[in-house]
Design a protein around this ligand. Sequence first.
Ligand code: FMN
Length: 251
Amino acid sequence: MAIQLETKATIDDLLEIIRKRRSCRRYLPDSVPEEMIDNILEAGRWSPSGCSSEPWEFVVVRDPEILRRHSELYKELRALSELADTGPDGFPFPDMDYLDNVTVLIVICGDRRLGRTYPELYYRSEIFHQSIGACIENMFLAAAAQGLGGTWLSMGKKLEPPLAELFGIPDGYRIETVFAVGWPDLKREIRDRRPFEEIVHRERFDPARARSADQIADTVRAIRGRRREDRSLSGEISEGSQRLSQERAPS
Ligand SMILES: Cc1cc2nc3c(=O)[nH]c(=O)nc-3n(C[C@H](O)[C@H](O)[C@H](O)COP(=O)(O)O)c2cc1C
């Protein structure tokens, strides 16, 4: 007999959290209760992973001096990356000053040696990264479900060594992502996604909807252009946004 998954949560509850979750790049300086952070960590712990390898470790950082140094290093990387990615199509980096207000970081470390768990003919590194991605998304949803904001901070080649030293990451481990969590200072609108009919194929991939190299190049340009225009990305408060301090739950 099949074992049924029994839960009080409905698919509507789940989809609402998924749709309402937004990246946060503007935080209030108020602290986040430990229990809420533990809920996020618990969501990460329960993530699926290739071969159940559970290739992650989480470092919770609250020390103001370490947070300050993290922000400083991240801003230095941004400046370097901007220099490397210039021109009209250059990558539009958001303003990173919001990192000065972040009160909690969860450093998501990966143990890439566990990639060897998967069979040799599999794409081991992809499976490893998909496992880490699943873990981060679970955490992001757990943050959103509690009214917290989160930022998924990608790692950079120049940034990882000094951050590994800052967070005391031992040899053999890598920093996959730093996840910033806090009380959002900006209510962001739900942003739509590519339409259902455009991305869903039935039985076989519809070749009429396969994008050519030129279409992809246009799409990349359009995405970068849209980012440039997205004022809320850089932390500016857009019309209709409100401070959330009065609305939110416990402090
Ligand atoms: C793999 C991955 C890496 C990302 N890296 C960054 C990052 O370095 N900095 C950042 O501010 N947001 C980062 N994001 C967040 C995306 O920019 C964001 O999810 C996307 O613009 C959609 O917006 P939303 O999260 O508000 O729905 C990342 C997201 C993913 C999935």
